[in-house]
Design a protein around this ligand. Structure first.
Ligand SMILES: Nc1ncnc2c1ncn2[C@@H]1O[C@H](COP(=O)(O)OP(=O)(O)OP(=O)(O)O)[C@@H](O)[C@H]1O
Length: 306
């Protein structure tokens, strides 16, 4: 047993070592190494083109890496491994559907392909909130409903390891929150989830650890809490703009930066106490809000998009 095996002696969900993949001159994945533990909710974050989908497709066995070691549930996903496939749930950004079938027929077909019990199709449709659309042809579903069906297709056979590539991209806020609950339940049931998203609040709310990927490399990997703490102790005070001038704000002791955001002045400080006291004296505290660093701030620092 190595230090990355879990206590039951099982290999980790995913183990990548020095994985590389190029498309012509583009290095999409450049010496990536990390381990995803069993039962972990693992996020892959990064700007468009960072290499997340390529990496996830390599883990899923949909793409061959140019080099390095890829192990999924202790097995090599490439070339396709029939023993491994039913243990994986895969939702891609361009999931394939049987468009002439109804949502229910599609899911029943997916369940049959994986030899899952028939009742799984009903259960999974309900899980993603599509029971009412069971009889609607896939081609007539809305974008968000199709996305939910793609997620259901990844879950219907009860896989151990679930890969979701931007599963909430087309979902409305209610459906997004409902999916969070589905995913939390799956985690509670011991499933492992590898997840990409551009919603940083989502990663912060759901993920045990996140890897931030930029230009094909992992630039940070930690719990959201530790990544945010690493970003420093800055606090932002938002003061209604009509109450304080920019010039007066700049000279308040402890203020390191003043910017404007719609109808508020945003005062950055590393030491909120004295600045709050000074703002109270100069403008009063009514309507003043505070904001602490979020994963989004750290992400923007690390990916150079600040
Ligand atoms: N099949 C392909 N052929 C050629 N280049 C590709 C191919 N797939 C991806 N790329 C390139 O590889 C790089 C990484 O792409 P990838 O889709 O993995 O990024 P991503 O992080 O998933 O982006 P997004 O957030 O936009 O989905 C990009 O520069 C992309 O243009």
């Amino acid at each position: 047993m190595t230090d990355t095996d879990d206590p039951a002696g099982q290999p980790p969900a995913v183990r990548l070592a020095a994985v590389r993949k190029s498309y012509g001159d583009v290095r999409a994945v450049d010496e990536v190494s990390f381990t995803v533990r069993r039962g972990e909710f693992f996020g892959l974050l990064g700007p468009n083109g960072a290499g997340k989908t390529t990496l996830i497709e390599i883990m899923e066995g949909l793409r061959e890496a140019d080099g390095g070691t890829v192990e999924v549930l202790g097995r090599r996903p490439w070339p396709r491994d029939p023993e491994l496939l039913p243990r994986l749930g895969v939702q891609t950004q361009s999931s394939a559907f049987f468009v002439r079938l109804t949502a229910y027929e599609h899911l029943k077909t997916m369940a049959a392909l994986y030899r899952a019990e028939r009742a799984a199709a009903d259960r999974t449709l309900a899980l993603v909130g599509l029971t009412e659309q069971a009889g609607v042809r896939v081609e007539n579903l809305s974008g968000g409903q199709r996305q939910r069906l793609a997620i259901a297709s990844a879950l219907v056979h009860g896989p151990e390891l679930i890969f979701l590539d931007e599963p909430t991209a087309a979902l409305d806020p209610q459906a997004r929150r409902a999916l969070w609950e589905v995913l939390r339940d799956l985690k509670r049931a011991g499933r492992t989830i590898v997840y990409t998203t551009h919603h940083l609040d989502e990663a912060e709310a759901l993920c045990d650890r996140v890897a931030i990927v930029n230009h094909g490399r992992v630039t940070a990997l930690d719990t959201p809490g530790r990544l945010v703490a690493r970003g420093g102790s800055a606090v932002w005070l938002l003061v209604p703009a009509e109450r304080l001038s920019e010039e007066d704000a700049r000279v308040l002791p402890g203020v390191t930066e003043v910017t404007r955001e719609s109808d508020a002045l945003v005062l950055r400080t590393e030491d909120a106490g004295p600045v709050l006291a000074a703002v109270e004296k100069a403008a009063g505290l009514h309507g003043v809000r505070t904001r602490t660093a979020s994963l989004e701030d750290v992400y923007l620092q690390l990916t150079g998009q600040d």
